[in-house]
Design a protein around this ligand. Structure first.
Ligand SMILES: [Zn+2]
Length: 599
């Protein structure tokens, strides 16, 4: 309700400039500089000190705003909520200011000269889009800290200076500027898309495809020699596969920022010349890491540069939904997995199982148009379609790739679509439209029309023509549906058995009265001795008509039997595999997809 009122105010102010509403257009400001204080005193309090200075030529109001979200992380986080102690001064005198809304400030200069706006920023978030600190470390995205003048566009240069301990390091994709710890960007989009690591962390670099690729890992001890070698080995296969799709690497250097902790959510966020990944400490050697790095790296082309027109240019004050997130995220997922098999990190079996997981995810979600699902991350839907643009977008990308190759006898592919759109839209300073996408898909497929495919399977909710299209690449999928019981707990196994570390509110185990700290001994007639025992339990009671089972636990020194209500959930298991004796053309298409070639 509040947001609706505010947008009405914006519209009125621009339509009726003489109305009583304050102007939302800032007076011009020049010589914009930001100073960030990330020394041990500031980060010890979980804060960053922020100061913005600029020049004004008169007394017209300056209107400044802070972003509401970080591009790539499609959720409104309202960075203004972490600001405090805002003050404004010019020539040693405090200036009056007021808020125009929760993230916009109006300042009235008293004369021409330099104005300085200072505030503290609470940097204690566990979220890759938001600043966080440790006693010897700080991380931030520019969207968190950098105020911008409202209504003045984003094509203005700025300088950033970091105040930190002499022995601490700084890593960022921004260009260095003269002086110590100074950096520069030529426009606000670049300024806010170059995250910073400041403090004690490990850094190492190597050259891949003629570009410097850096690892910046926190904590420093997480970058062991073995992990450095292995990670550079993966990146040395991933980047060439991505470059082969687009024909160039558009960044001067690229940084993989990684934070590991026992508390992080896990996942990555892309930037134009970097990615910031959160990895749970126990997952530092997990086998999903190449896929994470590959997905985020592909974004350096797809979404950071080749982007739906709905998101060109970025706006920072409010949500910016697009029906094309399935291309930006789902097709990125597809190429993220393809680079692993094309680079030789994974074999074809792993790629087919990635595709099978996508099919299973689509089957497990309510029928949802992928263009509708693309709009939804802003509202975190509860109907089971949240994030569906990843698997469904990725699988549609795979189907389009097969259909393009089939229509051209494997002479063209989805790679041609991506490369042409990159050249024809991004390189001409534009975003791509739906018409651009389908025109290039059709052109790559030798003129084959895709209007009906788009209507039924992308903008519509019809089941995808999986079987008939997979067959064109000599592949088939098989799905088995089971109904199996779920507990709603997380566990850890140690020498004393299986310890409950978390209980999902509302789940079956919660209803039975199980608590974190309990040890599970048996469920029904299945002994629980390690994490694998739960698979035995699920398969033992799959499809059962029982309504409750005895749940034997140890709580401290006591043995207790709880009554576990049986709650069955649908589980779809899908396999994708090559068809034996598939026609030569289908085999050629399948091989072409796996090794990135056309014939
Ligand atoms: Zn992504």
């Amino acid at each position: 309700m509040l947001r609706a009122l505010l947008s009405a105010t914006v519209a009125l102010a621009s339509v009726h400039p003489l109305s009583a509403q304050p102007s939302r257009i800032s007076a011009p400001i020049t010589d914009i500089r930001y100073e960030i204080t990330a020394d041990s005193s500031a980060v010890g309090r979980g804060q960053l000190g922020v100061s913005m200075s600029f020049h004004v030529s008169g007394t017209s109001p300056v209107v400044l705003a802070i972003p509401a979200w970080s591009p790539g992380h499609y959720v409104l986080l309202w960075f203004a909520r972490r600001m405090s102690q805002l003050s404004v001064e010019s020539n040693g005198t405090q200036l009056a200011w007021k808020k125009l809304d929760y993230q916009t400030w109006e300042i009235i200069p008293r004369s021409a000269g330099t104005v300085r706006v200072s505030f503290k920023y609470l940097a204690d978030a566990v979220d890759r889009a938001v600043a966080w600190t440790a006693p010897n470390f700080a991380f931030f995205n520019g969207t968190n800290l950098f105020l911008y003048p409202v209504g003045r566009g984003f094509n203005w240069p700025a300088q950033v200076s970091i105040h930190t301990e002499p022995a601490w390091r700084i890593a960022t994709g921004m260009d260095p500027a003269p002086g110590t710890n100074n950096f520069t960007a030529s426009n606000y989009h670049d300024l806010t898309d170059m995250p910073f690591y400041v403090g004690r962390f490990a850094i190492d670099s190597t050259q891949i495809a003629g570009k410097w690729i850096r690892l910046a890992f926190y904590p420093a001890a997480s970058l062991t020699t073995a992990r450095r070698d292995r990670t550079f080995g993966w990146l040395g296969k991933i980047f060439p596969a991505h470059i082969a799709v687009f024909g160039e690497a558009p960044f001067r250097n690229y940084t993989v920022f990684q934070r590991s902790d026992t508390l992080v959510n896990g996942g990555g966020l892309e930037h134009q010349s970097s990615q910031i990944d959160e990895v749970i400490t126990s997952g530092l050697d997990a086998n999903y890491l190449p896929n994470l790095y590959s997905h985020e790296a592909f974004h350096a082309w797809n979404v950071k540069r080749l982007r739906p027109a709905d998101m060109v240019p970025y706006r920072y004050d409010d949500a910016q939904p697009t029906t094309w997130l399935w291309v930006s995220e789902g097709v990125t997922d597809y190429y993220g997995a393809l680079a692993l098999v094309r680079g030789g990190i994974d074999d074809s079996t792993a790629f087919f199982s990635f595709i099978a997981d996508e099919i299973a995810s689509i089957a497990g979600a309510p029928p949802t148009a992928v263009s509708d699902a693309s709009l939804s991350p802003w509202i975190s839907p509860t109907d089971g379609s949240g994030g569906l643009y990843y698997p469904k977008g990725g699988f549609i990308g795979f189907l389009l790739d097969i259909m393009i190759r089939d229509a051209t006898n494997n002479r063209s592919s989805l790679d041609n679509v991506m490369r042409t759109l990159y050249n024809e839209s991004y390189k001409r300073g534009k975003g791509f439209t739906g018409a651009d996408w389908w025109r290039e898909v059709s052109r790559a497929a030798g003129g084959k029309p895709f209007a009906e495919f788009a209507r039924r399977y992308v903008d519509g909710r019809e089941p995808l023509p999986s079987d008939s299209v997979l067959r064109l690449a000599g592949l088939e999928s098989r799905s088995d549906t089971t109904r199996e019981p779920r507990l709603g707990i997380s566990t850890a196994t140690d020498s004393a058995g299986v310890l409950v570390t978390g209980v999902t509110p509302g789940g079956a185990a919660s209803a039975a009265g199980l608590r974190a700290g309990d040890r599970v001994v048996s469920i029904g007639d299945v002994a629980i001795t390690n994490d694998d025992s739960f698979a035995a339990f699920r398969s033992r009671y799959a499809g059962t008509t029982l309504t409750a089972l005895p749940l034997l636990i140890r709580r401290g020194s006591q043995s207790i039997t709880l009554q576990l209500p049986v709650r069955l959930f649908t589980r779809v298991q899908t396999r994708v595999s090559p068809i034996t004796g598939a026609p030569e053309k289908a085999v050629r298409i399948r091989i072409g997809i796996l090794n990135g070639s056309t014939s």
